[in-house]
Design a protein. Structure first.
Length: 263
C-alpha cells in the first residue's frame, strides 16, 4: 500500500501521468528541475520511513539531522540512478540513504571519543536526565550487525543480476585474471562499458556483450573481450550499481583501458 501511495504522488508530479519512479527519474535527467523538487517533496514520507527504520526510532523531519542526511542522499540517488539499468529506483535510493546514514553515525562516533561522557547529558520533556551516548552505542552495535546483513543482501542482489547473464557468483574467482596488470586492463574495459549508457542498456536488453564496440573504444583485441566475457560483465555490473563491499573485496580500482598485458 505504501509503495502504491508513493507511486501515485510521483505520478501527480508528472502532470498526473501514471509514471513509475524510474520514468520520472528519466525526465529529471532530461533537465526538469521542477519535477525533481516535486518528486523529492512527495517522497519525504518514504525518506522518513527509511530513516526511522535505520535509527530504530521515530525520526522527526523538522528536528533530526539523520533525516537531512537521508534526504540529501535521496537527491544524490536521483542523480546517480540509471533508468536504463532495469533496477528499482526505490531499492537503489534506500541503499544510498543507508550508506550515508552509516557514514554519518560513524563520524558522530569519532566525535564522541573527544568529548567527556557527561557533557552530553540532556533532559527530556519530563525533565528526566538521559545521555544520547547510550543511544549512539546501541546504534553502533546495530551497525555492526547491519554491516553483516548489508554484505549478505548485497551479494544476494548481485547474484540475481549475474543470473540474468548466466553467470554465478562462485564463477567470479575462476574467471578473475591472476595477474594484476591483466585485471586492471579488464576492469578498464568494464568501466568503459558501465560508463556508456547505450552500450550498457544494450547489454541488459540482449544479454550479450557489445564486443565490437568495446574493442574499438578500448583498443583491445576481440579475443581479449570474448575470452573474458564473464569477468567484464561482472565488474561492469558492480561499477554501474551500488556494491561497496564487493568493490573492496574484488579490489576494483576503476582504471582506464590501455595496452594489453598478455591476455
Amino acid at each position: 500500500m505504501f509503495k502504491r501511495f508513493l507511486r501515485k504522488s510521483a505520478a501527480e508530479a508528472a502532470n498526473d501521468e501514471r509514471l513509475a519512479p524510474e520514468q520520472i527519474i528519466k525526465r529529471i535527467h532530461d533537465g526538469d528541475d521542477q519535477l525533481r523538487e516535486k518528486f523529492i517533496s512527495d517522497y519525504k514520507p518514504y525518506v522518513a520511513k527509511v530513516t526511522s527504520g535505520f535509527c530504530k526510532r521515530f525520526v522527526d523531519p523538522t528536528r533530526d539531522d539523520e533525516f537531512s542526511v537521508a534526504l540529501t542522499a535521496f537527491n544524490e540517488a536521483i542523480t546517480q540512478f540509471s533508468p536504463e539499468s532495469g533496477r528499482s529506483f526505490l531499492s537503489f535510493a534506500e541503499t544510498v540513504m543507508r550508506r550515508r546514514l552509516i557514514d554519518y553515525v560513524r563520524k558522530e562516533q569519532r566525535h564522541l571519543k573527544t568529548v567527556p561522557y557527561t557533557a552530553f547529558d540532556q533532559q527530556d520533556e519530563e525533565e528526566q536526565t538521559y545521555n544520547p551516548i547510550d543511544t549512539k552505542m546501541a546504534m553502533h552495535a546495530y551497525q555492526l550487525k547491519q554491516d553483516g546483513d548489508d554484505r549478505r543482501l548485497e551479494i544476494e542482489e548481485y547474484s540475481k543480476e549475474l543470473q540474468q547473464f548466466q553467470i554465478s557468483f562462485m564463477e567470479l574467482a575462476d574467471s578473475s585474471p591472476k595477474h594484476a596488470d591483466s585485471r586492471l586492463l579488464l576492469q578498464g574495459i568494464a568501466q568503459t562499458l558501465a560508463s556508456q549508457r547505450e552500450l550498457f542498456a544494450q547489454l541488459y536488453v540482449t544479454g550479450k556483450l557489445p564486443v565490437k564496440e568495446l574493442t574499438e573504444l578500448c583498443g583491445v583485441s576481440r579475443k581479449t573481450v570474448e575470452r573474458n566475457r564473464k569477468y567484464i560483465i561482472a565488474i561492469s555490473l558492480i561499477l554501474n550499481g551500488t556494491y561497496p563491499y564487493l568493490s573492496d573485496y574484488l579490489n576494483i580500482s576503476v582504471p582506464m583501458p590501455g595496452k594489453e598485458a598478455g591476455l
